[in-house]
Write a protein that binds this ligand. Structure first.
Ligand SMILES: Cc1cc2nc3c(=O)[nH]c(=O)nc-3n(C[C@H](O)[C@H](O)[C@H](O)COP(=O)(O)OP(=O)(O)OC[C@H]3O[C@@H](n4cnc5c(N)ncnc54)[C@H](O)[C@@H]3O)c2cc1C
Ligand SMILES: NC(=O)c1ccc[n+]([C@@H]2O[C@H](COP(=O)([O-])OP(=O)(O)OC[C@H]3O[C@@H](n4cnc5c(N)ncnc54)[C@H](OP(=O)(O)O)[C@@H]3O)[C@@H](O)[C@H]2O)c1
Length: 301
């Protein structure tokens, strides 16, 4: 997909160039550790190129096409050092392919917890990187090539944040939600609208519902399912009251959002390119523009 792979060509070149610097960089990371033994290492904090091989510790099957992959950092006290909304570049060598495949994935774990990072990966039919990641067993490794920093998040800069997520586009949005709600200094309110194909694609639902229970005045989530006839257990449930039916539409946004005059708002959007185009515009103003939201209100991951 163009959105997902835009950085890939440049980064492929960087990756090749970076391999030469790899040994040197490993040497320097070890030196840094040796010089300050009491400080746990930080793996991806600096951004940019940083080749690190991480061992897969465990795999959790989420649904028909999604897995959660927990990777160990080389030191159990190490921190990933990522800032909110960052993604990590993976370099994989899928079976039968000569050239490595570089794709970004967004960790969903709490960055304050040391020792690991967790990815949630949706597998696409014939998807090169996603199929390879789904084929991995605990004990195997993946090379991470560095960080892509997302939006420069500052605590309490906005009073109300709207999050519009489609399918696997929930990962950077969930990363932001958990980072904000787990930070006791934060007061930001957040409203998530999460659109998926079928009920079984409502990944992270338990976690999101739990946040809603724990932060009823600061976090709300509205689920919307395009095809509710396909339920997780195969039963038919055409009118489930716990979610809306259909895509994220103008009428749903009108129902959930207070309007462009609301003070201190920001809108984050992440999903398939067609969904992002319908919401934020592509040669047109998109639904948000039509509702009066300005370009500077909106950030697309
Ligand atoms: C910053 C960033 C962070 C990301 N984080 C995550 C994440 O945390 N979890 C996650 O699962 N994904 C994430 N992605 C998407 C991920 O990087 C890959 O694009 C995705 O896994 C597909 O790669 P692939 O090599 O498996 O598919 P490819 O080999 O590139 O594509 C194979 C086939 O699948 C189709 N295909 C590929 N992507 C899609 C799609 N989105 N919808 C429909 N068909 C598609 C292609 O058209 C093609 O037919 C992120 C993307 C970006 C840009
Ligand atoms: N930049 C980042 O940080 C980042 C991180 C993670 C993922 N991503 C990207 O997020 C995307 C996730 O894709 P996915 O395969 O998981 O999506 P998907 O499951 O196919 O679709 C998710 C939702 O988007 C809806 N949708 C599709 N086309 C639409 C349109 N034209 N208008 C309105 N809604 C529309 C779908 O509705 P229907 O069911 O009716 O089709 C569904 O509700 C990928 O492109 C991935 O690269 C980006």
């Amino acid at each position: 997909m163009p959105v997902a792979h835009a950085p890939s060509r440049t980064l492929a070149l960087l990756a090749v160039a970076g391999i030469g610097a790899y040994s040197l960089q490993r040497y320097f990371s070890r030196t840094a550790l040796a010089e300050s033994p009491q400080e746990p290492p930080v793996y991806f904090g600096g951004g940019g190129m940083n080749l690190t091989s991480l061992r897969l510790y465990s795999v959790q099957i989420v649904n028909h096409n999604t897995k959660r992959l927990l990777f160990e950092l080389p030191d159990k006290d190490a921190r990933c050092g990522l800032s909110l909304t960052s993604a990590l570049l993976t370099i994989t060598r899928p079976k039968g392919r000569w050239l490595p495949v570089i794709r970004p994935y967004t960790p969903i774990n709490d960055f304050r917890e040391p020792g690991f990072i967790e990815l949630m990966v949706k597998k696409y039919p014939n998807g090169k990187a996603s199929s390879h990641l789904h084929s991995l067993e605990p004990g195997q490794s993946v090379t991470f090539a560095g960080t892509i920093k997302g939006f420069p998040w500052s605590p309490n800069k906005f009073s109300h944040v709207y999050l519009l997520a489609g399918g696997a586009g929930i990962t950077p949005i969930y990363q932001l939600i958990q980072g904000v709600l787990n930070n006791p200094e934060e007061k930001t309110k957040m409203t998530l609208i999460f659109g998926v194909n079928t009920e079984q694609d409502l990944v992270l639902r338990d976690e999101l519902d739990d946040f809603k229970k724990r932060f009823p005045d600061r976090f709300n989530v509205v689920y919307t399912v395009s095809d509710p006839s396909k339920t997780a257990d195969g039963s038919s449930s055409p009118s489930n009251p716990s979610y809306k039916q259909g895509r994220i539409t103008e009428s749903l946004l009108k129902e959930v959002m207070k309007g462009p005059d609301e003070k201190g708002i920001k809108i984050f959007v992440c999903g398939p390119p067609a969904m992002e185009a319908s919401l934020t515009g592509y040669r047109n103003q998109g639904i948000l523009g039509k509702l009066g939201y300005r370009k500077d209100h909106i950030h697309k991951f």
